[in-house]
Ligand binder design. Structure first.
Ligand code: TTP
Ligand code: MG
Length: 351
């Protein structure tokens, strides 16, 4: 039995809220954020601005170069949060299984819904209609039998669109998807995939699971599944922090163990500070992460909740000893993973 997952993502969210509240802006290129000095970057922009090549996270000066008539607004986060809360209240009319991913994005699992004869497509359209009626804002939605395909679906007919990837049509549609549609394929991963001729899902399908593991490490099996439309991840209802980590990338790669110990201690101290703020959680394991100068990455984990620095350091020493050649390190990090249940009263660790 297939699951029924809906991914909803608001269109040009911050900009849309501003335009709703000031209709004179309608039809004009509008962007949020970023002072016009060289350091500012945009949060987002509407589709009129996008037609000039303006994008989220683009430096403001560059955006103004592409679109001199761009209207820049400073943004009002509390207003966006209010709209976001209103949208969440609407989602709750349809299901309790809601995973909020960001201020403008959520997954809903409507597998067991009795609404609309259990049609996820009709539910998704009704959600979009209700959002529009109650907030004045448009949202796009993707409907599918897993999270990855639902998310990709929500992008396909944006803005103000719906796309259904069902267990029959998805096979014809996904081979052409760009490999960076996959959540988690960032710039570095994308570059590496492209260097190996993997531009699309169809390209990735030519690789065996072992090939992908050799190429991408622990992300390999996920890529193998995703490019076949397979994704078993659940819609996890309430947000719960599963881990906490602190890492640093060095300006110059490091080889000396003493130097690495010093940097590791810096990460460790910051992690301890941050842990003090969320001390109600029980620590399950500790780990360290190392990325070498050739971008290969490794983590080493130990099932203890004793947070003495010496444990983190010995994990580092152990892993460095396993290096076949004296390869430099470009990033180091420390982290802890939590048990899912919360701790009442006492602290789970001592400092
Ligand atoms: P997105 O959903 O990524 O973008 P969007 O809603 O503006 O546009 P789209 O129609 O493509 O969905 O992000 C939601 C909001 O998060 C966005 O309106 C502003 C904020 N944001 C940033 O502040 N910085 C960023 O780099 C991005 C990508 C988003
Ligand atoms: Mg959005």
């Amino acid at each position: 039995m297939h699951r029924k997952i809906i991914h909803v993502d608001m269109d040009y969210f911050f900009a849309q809220v501003e335009i709703r509240d000031n209709p004179k802006l309608r039809g004009k290129p509008v962007a949020i954020g970023g002072s016009s000095d060289r350091r500012g970057v945009l949060s987002t922009c509407n589709y009129e601005a996008r037609s000039f090549g303006v994008r989220s996270a683009m430096p403001t000066y560059q955006a103004l170069h592409k679109c001199p008539e761009l209207i820049l607004l400073s943004g009002d986060y509390s207003k966006y949060k209010e709209a976001s809360d209103q949208v969440l209240t609407i989602f709750k009319l349809y299901t309790d299984k809601i995973q909020v991913v960001s201020i403008d994005e959520a997954y809903l699992d409507v597998t067991d819904s009795k609404l609309f004869f259990n049609s996820a497509t009709l539910i998704a359209n009704d959600i979009r209609k209700t959002i529009k009626a109650e907030t004045g804002l448009t949202a796009s939605a993707g409907v599918s039998f897993n999270k990855m395909l639902a998310k990709i679906g929500s992008e396909i007919n944006k803005p103000d669109g719906l796309c259904v990837l069902d267990p029959i049509n998805y096979k014809d549609i996904i081979p052409d998807f760009k490999i960076n549609c996959i959540n988690g394929v960032g710039k570095v991963t994308h570059k590496k995939l492209i260097e190996n001729g993997i531009h699309t899902f169809a390209d990735a399908m030519k690789y065996t699971k072992l090939d992908l593991i050799n190429l991408m490490g622990s992300f390999g099996p996920s890529i193998y599944d995703y490019c076949r439309g397979i994704d078993a991840r659940e819609v996890t209802t309430s947000y719960e922090r599963k881990s906490l980590s602190v890492e640093r990338t060095f300006q110059e790669d490091i080889k000396e163990v003493n130097d690495l110990e010093y940097r590791l201690r810096g990460c460790y101290e910051e992690m301890i500070d941050r842990l003090k703020k969320i001390s109600e959680r029980i620590i399950k394991t500790i780990y360290i992460k190392i990325k070498y100068s050739d971008f290969k990455q490794t983590t080493i984990e130990q099932g203890i909740n004793d947070l003495d620095f010496k444990h983190f350091f010995s994990l580092l020493v152990e892993r460095l000893r396993q290096r076949e050649v004296e390869i430099n390190v470009r990033l180091i990090g420390v982290g802890v993973k939590f048990h899912s249940e919360k701790l009442k009263g006492q602290l789970s660790f001592s400092f």
